[in-house]
Structures are given as structure tokens and as C-alpha cells.
Design a protein around this ligand. Structure first.
Ligand SMILES: [Zn+2]
Length: 88
């Protein structure tokens, strides 16, 4: 979806500037969490996810495929559906 809507703009901006936008949105998410502002948190989580998808598109990574390959419905370390790892 993000590719369809934004790729023509994201590809012109390039990876570095898209990464900078993502980093700024992550910073804003942290600020919303620190402030305890639930509405802002929802908005910033959405922005972080959107910019993460944009960055993946710019560098040619299928984010959904990569995520599901690493996290296929179970913990990649202990292999259980509900993680039983000692730490983390
Ligand atoms: Zn685990």
C-alpha cells in the first residue's frame, strides 16, 4: 500500500533522507511516550510504521516478507508460539 501511494516520491527522496524522516518520527514517538499522550502515541506509531515501510520500499526490501521470514508466528530464538526465552 505504501509503495502504491508514495513510491514515486520516496524513490526521488532516496534512502538517506527517508531514513532521516524515520529517525525523526521515532524521536517524536519517544516524546509522545514520555509525555504519556495516548493520541500522540497512536499518531506517531502510525508515522513510524509508514516511514519504515517507505524506507524498505526505497531500498528494495519487501517488509512484510522479511518480517514474516524472521517472525513466522513464533519466537525465532526458542521457536515457541509464546516466547520462553530467559531474557529479552
Ligand atoms: Zn523466545
Amino acid at each position: 500500500m505504501m509503495r502504491r501511494i508514495y513510491y514515486h516520491k520516496d524513490s526521488k527522496r532516496g534512502a538517506r533522507r527517508t531514513w532521516e524522516w524515520l529517525a525523526e518520527e521515532v524521536k517524536e514517538l519517544g516524546e509522545a511516550i514520555e509525555a504519556g499522550d495516548e493520541r500522540a502515541m497512536e499518531a506517531e506509531f502510525a508515522d513510524v510504521l509508514a516511514w519504515l515501510a517507505s524506507l524498505a520500499n526505497v531500498v528494495g526490501v519487501d517488509l512484510e516478507k522479511a518480517f514474516l521470514a524472521k517472525y513466522p508466528g513464533r519466537c525465532p530464538k526458542c521457536g515457541r508460539a509464546v516466547c520462553m526465552c530467559a531474557t529479552g
